[in-house]
Design a protein around this ligand. Structure first.
Ligand code: ZN
Length: 195
């Protein structure tokens, strides 16, 4: 068995050993809120926002972007599982700021091995062939994280499947300090339209 697989299964065995009464948790999040955030390994939503099992939904993707699939999850989160407040949390030093659609398409076209970030930006060291399929993906990269929080809150707020009664908050997480920093213009546009 691989080292990572072994470690994960060992950790899980210990977790299940002390599972307590969590079998009794209801499916709907007890604190009725949802976090949409980046998959970055430095962010632990449970720790940074004080979540326990059963408290909240956490939707993650590269950048924490309001992609069509993130909106699919948000709609299910309120429509079937009753959440009322949503946090969009992007962060400082996000990897999504380090490349453009053009960059990743070029990299994927030349090789499917892991690329390297150097002084001149991303470059491939691995072997080809690559694939042109990268051309058909919108990678939702980020130029300015405050702007991307605003854009995503705006998209969610104006989505026809999102009711006006949901509160949406826009925040940046600082990976150097662990602090959540409000993006006031995002929270302003995300406020409840009809109470
Ligand atoms: Zn990120």
């Amino acid at each position: 068995m691989g080292k990572t697989l072994e470690e994960v299964l060992t950790a899980n065995a210990a977790y299940a050993e002390n599972f307590g009464n969590k079998a009794d948790l209801p499916m709907s999040p007890g604190r009725r809120f949802t976090i949409l955030t980046c998959m970055d390994a430095r962010l632990d939503p449970a720790k940074l926002a004080g979540l326990a099992e059963g408290d909240a939904h956490v939707i993650r993707n590269a950048g924490g972007r309001a992609s069509d699939d993130a909106i699919r999850s948000l709609v299910i989160s309120y429509k079937l599982l009753g959440t009322r407040e949503w946090f969009v949390i992007h962060h400082t030093n996000c990897g999504m700021e380090t490349f453009s659609d053009e960059t990743i398409r070029r990299l994927l076209a030349s090789s499917l091995e892991t690329a390297v970030l150097g002084e001149q930006g991303w470059h491939d060291q691995g072997e080809g062939p690559g694939s042109i399929e990268g051309e058909f993906v919108d990678w939702l990269t980020i130029q300015d994280p405050r702007q991307s929080v605003y854009t995503d809150v705006q998209r969610i707020r104006s989505h026809p499947l999102v009711p006006e009664t949901i509160s949406i908050y826009g925040y940046l997480y600082d990976v150097r300090t662990g602090q959540l920093i409000e993006v006031p213009e995002a929270t302003a546009i995300g406020k409840v339209l009809r109470g």
